[in-house]
Design a protein around this ligand. Structure first.
Ligand code: PA5
Length: 416
């Protein structure tokens, strides 16, 4: 994994000038002296062997028992699993893991009930607090449905709960009903929890090798632990330099549709970690080349408050070679001798040049291929960059006080 700042408009002196504040941020994170230091369990996460075995065992039972696992959760209790499963699954084959409890739409839940009516199901309900409204409602509806369909005893075998080790309504319900539980560590916040049971159980249940993912995470922990030559810190510094120059919006750009939910996860990670105290880069995303035909116009010529971070995946798993006869009337002869992956990369390079010339600085993150190992590394890279970036911005990157405001108003309207 590499970070490339060639087209970022940032020079080495500017980067150098950040070295003192990066050192301070690095010490805050590693010595646990900064704001939110109770939530740094993800920095050197090591899943206990027994916990890992328990996760794998439950995933195996889920796969044997059911056609579909419904994962109930929202925010950090949802996006990591969805991002990893989508990134590592076939674009079209139906998946055995679907998601609920991430909205309040009755249509969504009714459609989901239609869909699973002919399929055997299991549930993994995930909520660190155990009190979040969206998952609580989905869990109520789906648990009632399952008890009607399977009876109480059988339902007990089909529900897996991931929550706090001792507090919250969900923990109480689990204890009373004897559901198998997994723990969200106290010192890991929702949006940093993808490599705990929160993400690992659904990911393993989707048939993905979590050992390979964790080997990428553990290698990243090692590789990105030093102060010097740390790509996470270069990325954090670069985005803050651009922010100080008026680039208030960062677009995460991919050229691979499977990465759509990686961007959704990334938006939550950076948005919730940095958007506070009237500060913070607004994280947005585009899926290219699709969005070049919709948002491309704005990016090229709209208000110049944007910069882009492009995820460049070098290899495709299965490429397509072109063979266009000289006399073909489709005028695609220029493709001869190039593969579709090369065409995709030339679209990316051309876009980087055009956008950079249009005063949209580009940061590039390069990875070899989209596999378990590299996804583990990439997500850890973003987590560490985000923690450091939040400290550079002088906010607490591990709280989310602003999320409470809408809840207060909603509960008032609901008469709670
Ligand atoms: O990152 C966070 O802390 C939030 O996004 C939470 O994950 C989200 O609000 C869901 O919370 P909970 O897991 O308590 O239901």
């Amino acid at each position: 994994m590499k970070i490339n700042l060639k087209n970022s408009s940032i020079n080495s002196e500017e980067l150098e000038s950040c070295s003192r504040i990066i050192r301070v941020a690095h010490e805050k994170l590693h010595l646990k002296t900064g704001a939110g230091s109770d939530f740094l369990g993800w920095v050197n996460l090591k899943i206990e062997k027994s916990e890992l075995e328990k996760i794998k065992c439950a995933a195996k039972r889920i796969r044997e028992k059911s056609d579909i696992l419904i994962v109930i959760g929202i925010g950090g209790s949802y996006l990591g699993a969805r991002a990893v499963i989508d990134a590592l699954s076939h674009n079209f084959y139906p998946k055995n893991v679907i998601f609920a409890g991430n909205n309040l739409s009755p249509d969504y839940l009714n459609d989901l009930l239609d869909y699973v009516s002919t399929k055997s199901i299991t549930l993994n309900v995930i909520s660190k607090s155990g009190t979040t409204t969206e998952p609580a409602i989905a869990f109520k509806v789906l648990r009632d449905y399952m008890e009607k369909r399977y009876g109480k005893e059988e339902t007990k075998e089909r529900i897996f709960v991931t929550t706090d080790k001792e507090k919250g309504v969900l923990k109480e319900i689990s204890d009373q009903n004897g559901y198998e539980t997994f723990v969200v560590p106290d010192d890991v916040g929702g949006r940093y929890s993808v490599f705990t049971a929160v993400g690992l159980l659904p990911i393993a249940a989707a048939g993905i090798d979590i050992d390979k993912i964790l080997s990428g995470v553990y290698d990243a922990e090692e590789e990105f632990k030093e102060l010097e030559k740390n790509p996470c810190y270069e990325y954090a510094a670069a985005r803050n330099i651009l922010y100080s120059k008026g680039k208030k919006i960062e677009l995460l750009v991919n050229y691979e549709p499977k990465l759509h939910y990686i961007s959704e996860w990334w938006k939550q990670l950076f948005g919730e970690s940095e958007g506070k105290e009237g500060k913070g880069i607004f994280p947005a995303s585009v899926d290219n080349t699709t969005d070049l035909h919709s948002m491309g116009q704005y990016i090229q010529e709209g208000e110049r408050s944007l910069f882009e971070t492009v995820i460049n995946i070098r290899e495709a798993y299965r490429d397509i070679e072109f063979s266009v006869p000289e006399d073909s009337i489709d005028q695609l002869q220029y493709l001869n001798g190039q593969t579709m992956n090369e065409v995709n990369h030339k679209a990316m390079k051309g876009t980087v040049i055009a956008h950079t010339e249009g005063n949209v600085p580009n940061i590039m993150i390069e990875i070899d291929r989209l596999d378990e190992y590299n996804i583990g590394k990439l997500l850890y890279f973003f987590e560490k960059a985000c923690g450091i970036s939040g400290y550079l911005l002088d906010v607490n990157p591990f709280n989310q006080p602003g999320v409470e405001a809408y809840k207060k108003e909603m509960f008032r309207l609901l008469g709670k």
